[in-house]
Write a protein that binds this ligand. Structure first.
Ligand SMILES: *Cc1c(COP(=O)(O)O)cnc(C)c1O
Length: 404
């Protein structure tokens, strides 16, 4: 068969990432990986989940193993509402809630619901890869706003949006990870959050607040959820159990204006009918028994220790001229190497030295970021974190010696 003729333009436009191929090769062996994005499995409350799973089958079996509504199981939707409100997320009277297969599906459903090919959304640069992929499926164009150690430079928002509008572009939404950004590890202070909402208001844009990490920030913050600050029903808030319970359950949710949520529901019906029922009951039960709430301090302690370990190792071993973010939560440290470093060249040397990371340009939808890198600290052990930073610094020095 002539398969070329078979495939859609979209499928043909997709490329296997060369980085992912490289990482596959190194997955085995003694290579230390800063490249992944996996939670530490020690944070999974395995015993509690085992007993809840048994309880759910025995007590809700007929429902939990059956088809269920596209919007989500009522028991879980109510549990999500209570859990969100306990965390300080404002759920408005007129908000809708939809349960999705991870936040990833929420992003995809939003893209299908609001984007016509060629429409723009505004986002940080660097930006979350899962979002770039979900929105690219609808041929979305991106207005990218640079970051500093405090996240999106919101004072650049208005002029960037104006420019595209003046060229006849259609701008639909601002997407942001305001707290513990992936990949940047930054958290936006309150003034920037206000400015972002003001700009959204002025240009009548939807705001997509992607928030998997707020609950497990390990330093006190005075920041407020965009969802809670929202005055006009323009924020869709996405969260997930992936970083606070277990990503394999694939349970996420979106809370936002009912007209938006009900469009997502319509679209979801065609995608997968509904999110698997069984894990919905497990998560509902875990929330109602306060398993997640009670587990949060333990998760914070694990990640804080690792964050401290990697930041100390950076201080001690990193090559002069390198800058990095100091995350208060999440899984990543973002690194700006000196200008003369090309991260892809560096990666080739680093692989030989037994350490890998993701070159930062992967997170720049409009190109750029050639001297940056995303460093994951949640999965390696403490010893690996220290040894990995040493190997990274050695690799930078080796790269320098090949240039001079
Ligand atoms: C980890 C993460 C998610 C979670 O995605 P799931 O599909 O729920 O596993 C979403 N957004 C960001 C920015 C993340 O880092």
């Amino acid at each position: 068969m002539d398969y070329k003729k078979l495939f859609s333009e979209y499928a043909l436009s997709m490329r296997v990432s060369d980085i992912r191929e490289l990482l596959k090769v190194v997955e085995s062996g003694r290579v230390i990986s800063f490249a992944g994005g996996l939670p530490d499995p020690r944070t999974f409350p395995k015993e509690e989940i085992a007993s809840i799973a048994k309880y759910v089958v025995e007590n809700y079996g007929d429902k939990a193993l059956q088809y269920s509504p596209t919007r989500g199981v009522k028991l879980l939707i109510n549990a999500i509402k209570d859990f969100s409100q306990r965390q300080g997320v404002r759920v408005r009277e007129d908000d809708g809630i939809i349960v999705t297969v991870g936040s990833q599906q929420g992003l995809y459903l939003l893209a299908l619901s609001i984007i016509n090919p060629g429409d723009y959304i505004v986002t940080e640069e660097p930006s979350y890869l899962g979002m770039i992929q979900a929105f690219s499926a609808r041929k979305t164009r991106f207005i990218t706003i640079p970051i500093d150690e405090n996240g999106m430079k919101t004072h650049l928002l208005e002029s960037a949006i104006k420019k595209v509008l003046s060229e006849g572009g259609r701008v639909k939404a601002i997407y942001t990870v305001p707290t513990c950004h992936n990949p940047a590890g930054t958290t936006m202070p309150i003034e920037r959050r206000k400015e972002l909402l003001e700009v959204a208001e002025r240009y009548d844009l939807l705001v997509i607040e992607d928030d998997p990490y707020s609950v497990i920030t390990f330093e006190k913050t005075s920041v407020e959820y965009l969802k809670t600050m929202d005055k006009s029903g323009r924020v869709v808030y996405l969260s997930t159990v992936s970083k606070i319970l277990a990503p394999g359950l694939r349970i996420g949710w979106s809370i936002g204006p009912e007209p938006v949520i009900s469009k997502m529901e319509l679209v979801k019906q065609a995608v997968d009918l509904h999110t698997p029922t069984f894990p919905q009951y497990i998560v509902a039960e875990a929330m109602n028994r306060r398993v997640i709430d009670n587990h949060i301090p333990f998760i914070k302690a694990i990640y804080k220790e690792k964050r401290d370990t990697i930041l100390n190792a950076f201080e001690e071993y990193m090559v002069e001229g390198t800058k990095w973010t100091k995350p208060i939560g999440g899984l990543f440290v973002w690194t700006w190497f000196p200008d003369w470093v090309n991260s892809r060249k560096l990666l080739e040397i680093a692989v030989k030295n037994g350490v890998v990371f993701v070159p930062g340009d992967s997170f720049y939808p409009n190109g750029g970021g050639y001297n940056t890198a995303r460093i994951n600290y949640s999965f390696p052990t403490k010893e690996e974190l220290i040894e990995g930073v040493k190997r990274l610094a050695t690799s930078i020095r080796e790269l320098k010696s090949t240039l001079s």
